[in-house]
Design a protein around this ligand. Structure first.
Ligand SMILES: Cc1cc2nc3c(=O)[nH]c(=O)nc-3n(C[C@H](O)[C@H](O)[C@H](O)COP(=O)(O)OP(=O)(O)OC[C@H]3O[C@@H](n4cnc5c(N)ncnc54)[C@H](O)[C@@H]3O)c2cc1C
Length: 464
């Protein structure tokens, strides 16, 4: 069988031959992508009684947590914070009970152990009765009569079809929505949030490291100083402790140990363990990389690893406790913060996340936490906003709903809803909505929200 036309009219193009693909699986709710959004959606749908499948292109569930190494799940949480309740909090508690967390240094929260969380995710997915499908990448939607009926995947098993009555796009990049023809938007590349190669070190002398941190405590005010870290706060954040590192890199540049252009190295550390692991090193920030462009991803991985190696050398030379340390691991993949957002039935706004918006179609709450595009607001008070159901519903494609960081909204609202805890809120809302839509036969854009909210409350989600 020919897979491409041997005689294309344009030598720079090939034409794929049409082919018939085996249907390998059928399900009620198919969740594509297994980050905080996808996990929330899969567990929410299954607990609401739907036969649910969780599809993931990599070999573990968890998205940025396990694949990039993002461990700070709720680093914004302070005493007065009114936080989301639901699957996000459950994941934090469950991971703690399974020995997969440590106390997060700047907040009242638990930081995940990214490696152990792979196992935590396996366990919670199995317990919920969700069918796991790892190592399959979504490549195309199956569309019929304006609605999605399933997806085509590629994997070591070849090209396969999965049929589903409802699909949740939790790819983070709105891959399913975009390929289904739903309108999406991206921030211009030069203004996108930076990408990061995350890494962890081993061989750190914990006591010496923490003594230095105590001797010279950094605050959020210390973030100011170069383009990436010049931030607007509300003032109340400025004096709070931040596990922030910049001085070692500045000294390394001055001493000629690392190239002058790496004056951009700066950022936060997450956990330092008794065994000498220093994890979640969020120090490399790459601007002008679009996470939906494979060439940018290639460049980002390579540039990022090079910068990380320089960062390690700087820490070994100029950060007490790191003298004998070395690389433990890079994230499995480049960390992407900012790509497509759907143009939803309602797009969240800066005003909504800054001014405690309330919505009749609330599917959960999230504290007033904004982190991105030059703004940092920490929820040190009890202020919070509600997440509206309509911001999950794409236009133009039936039976498809979106969860996680690609829900509809402007840039500053994205700086809030991209937070992993908020992704679990939109995820659980999307999963429950999918189950209710199946039960009632109502499409997503005409769903009985009372029933969705009732089920979310039953699942211990705080809605108002
Ligand atoms: C470096 C970095 C540091 C961050 N720090 C923090 C922090 O401290 N706290 C915080 O709350 N947030 C942080 N964030 C943001 C947060 O990690 C993300 O916004 C959040 O994880 C998004 O969740 P999600 O479920 O939408 O997507 P993701 O976590 O990106 O998960 C998407 C999943 O979908 C899978 N997938 C994608 N495409 C396909 C496909 N075509 N087929 C099959 N599977 C697919 C991916 O493999 C992945 O598992 C950080 C982000 C980065 C990059």
């Amino acid at each position: 069988m020919l897979v491409s036309d041997p005689r294309p009219a344009d030598p720079k193009r090939v034409r794929e031959a049409a082919r018939t693909v085996d249907v390998i699986h059928e399900t009620d709710v198919l969740v594509v992508g297994s980050g905080p959004g996808g996990l929330g959606a899969a567990l929410g749908a299954a607990r609401a009684g739907a036969r649910t499948t969780l599809l993931e292109r990599n070999g573990c569930f968890g998205g940025n947590i396990t694949q990039v190494g993002v461990e700070g799940f709720a680093w914004y949480r302070h005493e007065q914070t009114i936080d989301s309740e639901g699957i996000g909090r459950e994941l934090e508690d469950r991971a703690k009970a399974m020995g997969a967390t440590s106390d997060e240094p700047q907040s009242i929260s638990q930081a995940f152990d990214a490696e152990m969380f792979k196992y935590v995710a396996d366990v919670v997915v199995a317990e919920a009765g969700v069918k796991p499908m790892l190592h399959r990448q979504f490549v195309a939607p199956i569309i019929d009569d304006g609605a999605i009926r399933g997806v085509i995947t590629e994997s070591k098993s070849g090209r396969e079809a999965i049929l589903a009555r409802r699909v949740v796009d939790a790819t983070g990049d709105a891959d399913v929505a975009a390929r289904s023809g739903a309108p999406t938007r991206k921030t211009p590349k030069e203004a996108m949030l930076s990408a990061s190669v995350m890494f962890s070190m081993t061989g750190v002398d914990k006591r010496e490291f923490l003594d230095e941190v105590k001797a010279d405590p950094q605050t959020y005010r210390d973030w100011a100083g170069n383009a990436e870290w010049d931030i607007e706060t509300t003032g109340k954040e400025d004096e709070l402790f931040s596990p922030f590192l910049r001085k070692p890199f500045k000294k390394a540049v001055e001493a000629g140990v690392i190239p002058p252009n790496l004056i951009t190295l700066a950022g936060t550390w997450g956990t330092v363990t008794d065994q000498g692991d220093l994890t979640y090193l969020n120090l490399v920030h790459l601007s002008g990389y679009d996470g939906t462009d494979a060439d940018d991803l290639t460049r980002g991985e390579i540039d990022g690893r090079r910068q990380a190696i320089h960062a390690i050398e700087a820490l070994r030379r100029f950060m007490p406790g790191c003298e004998d340390a070395k690389l433990r691991n890079f994230g499995m993949t480049l960390g992407i913060r900012d790509t497509r957002k759907i143009d939803a039935h309602y797009n969240l706004t800066e005003q909504d996340v800054r001014e405690q918006a309330r919505f009749e179609d609330s599917i959960g709450i999230f504290p007033e936490f904004i982190d991105g595009y030059g703004v940092l607001v920490l929820p040190t008070t009890g202020r919070y906003f509600q997440v509206p159901y309509r911001s999950l519903v794409p236009q133009g494609v039936g039976d498809l709903i979106v969860a996680g960081r690609s829900i509809g909204g402007d840039r500053i609202s994205h700086a809030s809803v991209r937070s992993m805890m908020c992704c679990t809120v939109s995820g659980q809302g999307a999963g429950v909505a999918a189950a209710v839509s199946l039960r009632t036969g109502q499409p997503f854009d005409r769903l009985d929200l009372g029933k969705v909210q009732e089920e979310l409350r039953r699942q211990h989600v705080r809605i108002d």
